[in-house]
Design a protein around this ligand. Structure first.
Ligand SMILES: Nc1ncnc2c1ncn2[C@@H]1O[C@H](COP(=O)(O)OP(=O)(O)OP(=O)(O)O)[C@@H](O)[C@H]1O
Ligand SMILES: [Mg+2]
Length: 268
């Protein structure tokens, strides 16, 4: 079974642990020797922090790179209408602009899509082309850390994936969000969707989530673990030494990895 071509997005309600789970998955896949392109698709970037990438706060979102946007499209960011290249070159962007640490390449997308319909402006054309290019990006894995909520499902970014992973926590609102994500994902043609439950305090939480999400594929349950909060506060990796990662966390990561790679090998 080839693992090439894993393209997965992590979505869910605000604060459920999308970035935490994305970072765990990215590290897990990198540890297996895969090259992972990690994309922070949240305008409030935080994946670099969760991965403890050096100088992550200095990574500039691609949407803010005025010179690059001008160079590639021939128009200044923020200009609407007028003439600019609708098919700007993007193939070298992942190589050039990703921060690199070991097998992990991190890009921060930023956002230009104010108020829904998406502007026809040079920066949105550049991002759209970039996402389309990433669809074909011949790397081992691409993991998108999405912003909270569901608005982004209307954007091009989400379409690049072949597995939508939804993180839920014990609570009605995150369950509701998962149901909405499934509906909207199906509408844009993503039928591969699975759930990871996070911040689970015990068997009762597990049962409540499983009961509320009947018909969903639940890949695993991650316990509520104060170490995640401590790591977040300290700006450090949780379980810095991968070999000390608790078995139950590794098991969940492996389930997601297998699920994502079985789908992608079926695709090709
Ligand atoms: N299993 C867990 N146990 C305890 N705390 C956790 C767990 N998972 C995540 N957290 C904590 O919950 C907070 C939110 O996590 P995280 O930033 O990953 O969520 P998010 O869904 O990406 O949030 P946002 O919607 O703001 O992007 C962080 O402080 C994180 O450390
Ligand atoms: Mg996040």
């Amino acid at each position: 079974m080839s693992a090439k071509g894993i393209k997965l997005a992590v979505s869910g309600k605000g604060g459920v642990g999308k970035t935490t789970v994305a970072a765990l998955l990215i590290r897990h896949m990198a540890k297996q020797g895969m090259r992972v392109l990690a994309i922070d698709a949240d305008p409030v970037a935080s994946l670099g922090g969760a991965l403890a990438m050096p100088d992550h706060e200095k990574i500039e979102p691609i949407a803010n790179m005025k010179d690059l946007i001008f160079e590639r499209t021939g128009a200044k960011p923020g200009t609407m209408g007028g003439f600019f290249k609708m098919n700007p070159r993007v193939d070298d962007i992942p190589e050039k602009l990703a921060a690199v640490q070991g097998n992990i390449h991190l890009m921060v997308m930023g956002t230009v899509d104010h108020g829904g319909s998406g502007c026809v402006c040079p920066e949105s054309i550049l991002l759209k082309n970039l996402v389309q290019h990433l669809l074909l990006y011949n790397d081992d894995a691409l993991v998108l850390d999405m912003e909270a909520g569901v608005e982004h499902l209307g954007r091009a970014t989400a379409r690049a994936v072949n597995l939508m992973l939804v993180v839920v926590e014990p609570g009605a609102r995150s369950i509701q969000a998962a149901k909405l994500v499934r509906k909207l994902a199906a509408e844009i043609g993503i039928d591969q969707l699975a759930v990871v439950a996070n911040k689970v305090r015990g068997p009762e939480d597990e049962q409540a989530i499983a009961g509320a999400l009947e018909g969903f594929e639940i890949l695993g349950y991650l316990p509520y673990d104060p170490k995640f909060v401590e790591a977040d506060l300290a700006g450090k990796l949780v379980y810095e030494d991968e070999d000390k990662m608790p078995e139950h966390i590794l098991t969940v990561m492996h389930s997601v990895f297998s699920r994502a790679s079985s789908k992608s090998s079926a695709d090709s």
